[in-house]
Write a protein that binds this ligand. Structure first.
Ligand SMILES: CCCCCCC/C=C/C(=O)SCCNC(=O)CCNC(=O)[C@H](O)C(C)(C)COP(=O)(O)OP(=O)(O)OC[C@H]1O[C@@H](n2cnc3c(N)ncnc32)[C@H](O)[C@@H]1OP(=O)(O)O
Ligand SMILES: NC(=O)C1=CN([C@@H]2O[C@H](COP(=O)(O)OP(=O)(O)OC[C@H]3O[C@@H](n4cnc5c(N)ncnc54)[C@H](OP(=O)(O)O)[C@@H]3O)[C@@H](O)[C@H]2O)C=CC1
Length: 281
């Protein structure tokens, strides 16, 4: 689909790049010649993915065990990255999310999601932007949001609120940092199977409608489809796109804000919510 070496000369940090969609984004850009940096909390996951990235063709791979809720840890990571050479791109991919009745969320539960998605993305984005501006270098920030950022989403309210904030950040910085040749873009995925999303958002008993039936194209997304979109947006071929969010969901959002996926929760019993909370769903 792309010319060989499309991403040669690029160096991209993917937060949460050790697993799930982030791993697929990193692998595709490695195949296209980018140097890759990934971070996450689980060292073993990062180690394993680093080997896959080298096998895929990345000229270099660096891994950082870093919790993006910790601004000081992020700054340390960015200093260490820059010591070897500046990034050209950042992908804000790491996220946390779970289904719960909003009125029952504790402050800690709200913060668990907001601190990863909203604060973590803002910390990483400013850590990169500050360094690009000081160094007079261009850069690209791509944030992974969801249709909840514009449509909202019942039973995952902290995530919807955080993603809306990240989308607002994307649009705001496209203007503020445009003169520095820094592009900010976003993608809004529909249903792409991953351990994290399926484990946290699809407890037993919640699927009233088979997942693929929630999508006008009648199938789930394939990781290669979104990885190619992300590679394009991170490449110079997308050099005039900024402040835009591309939805990639087989038309699902147009059915009504992803509403079908949450129908099962209206009838959830206390016992089912408890099972979901304990991660047994
Ligand atoms: C399949 C449909 C797709 C639709 C797409 C929708 C768009 C968004 C998608 C995604 O973001 S998918 C990615 C999902 N992946 C993850 O969530 C992986 C990372 N997640 C985590 O690390 C945890 O799940 C976490 C809870 C977000 C954070 O973990 P941490 O270890 O920091 O927190 P805990 O100490 O476990 O809990 C903190 C706090 O939160 C309460 N809590 C946790 N889970 C639940 C729950 N299911 N229901 C209610 N409350 C929950 C927990 O009890 C703690 O609060 P207190 O009890 O201490 O007050
Ligand atoms: N899959 C889907 O269908 C959809 C996904 N999305 C979005 O796509 C992105 C990827 O989702 P997906 O791959 O499914 O999610 P996963 O849960 O599978 O992966 C999340 C990744 O983020 C990392 N992560 C989580 N918390 C932190 C943290 N505090 N610090 C550093 N890294 C962290 C995890 O690693 P570790 O646990 O080791 O820290 C993991 O590698 C997210 O932004 C999500 O909101 C949006 C809509 C739909």
């Amino acid at each position: 689909m792309f010319r060989d070496g499309l991403m040669s000369g690029k160096k991209v940090l993917v937060t949460g790049g050790g697993s799930g969609l982030g791993r697929s984004f990193a692998l595709r850009q490695a195949e296209l010649g980018a140097e890759i940096v990934i971070c996450g909390r689980r060292q073993a996951v990062l180690d394993e993915t680093a080997q896959d990235l080298l096998r895929a063709g990345a000229p270099s791979v660096d891994i950082f065990s870093c919790d993006i809720r910790d601004a000081a840890a992020i700054d340390e990571m960015f200093d260490a990255i820059w010591a070897k050479g500046p990034l050209t791109g950042l992908i804000n991919n790491a996220a946390g999310n779970f289904v719960a009745r909003t009125e029952r969320l504790s402050p800690k539960a709200m913060d668990a999601v907001l601190n990863i998605v909203l604060h973590g993305s803002l910390y990483c984005t400013t850590a990169a932007g500050r360094r690009w501006i000081e160094g007079g270098q261009p850069g690209t920030v791509l944030s992974v949001v969801s249709s909840a950022a514009t449509s909202g989403r019942a039973f995952t309210v902290p995530s919807a609120a955080a993603k809306a904030g990240v989308l607002a950040m994307t649009k705001s910085l496209a203007v503020e940092w445009g003169p520095y040749n820094i592009r900010t873009v976003a993608v809004a995925p529909g249903l792409f199977p991953t351990e994290g999303a399926w484990g946290n958002l699809r407890p037993d008993g919640s699927d009233k409608i088979p997942q693929a039936m929630e999508v006008p194209l009648r199938r789930l997304g394939d990781h290669s489809e979104i990885a190619n979109l992300v590679a394009y947006l991170m490449s110079d071929e997308a050099g005039y796109i900024s402040g835009e969010c591309v939805t990639i969901d087989g038309g699902r959002d147009l059915l009504g804000g992803g509403g079908s996926g949450i129908l099962g929760f209206f009838d959830f019993t206390d016992a089912q919510w408890e099972t979901a909370r304990k991660g047994k769903g």
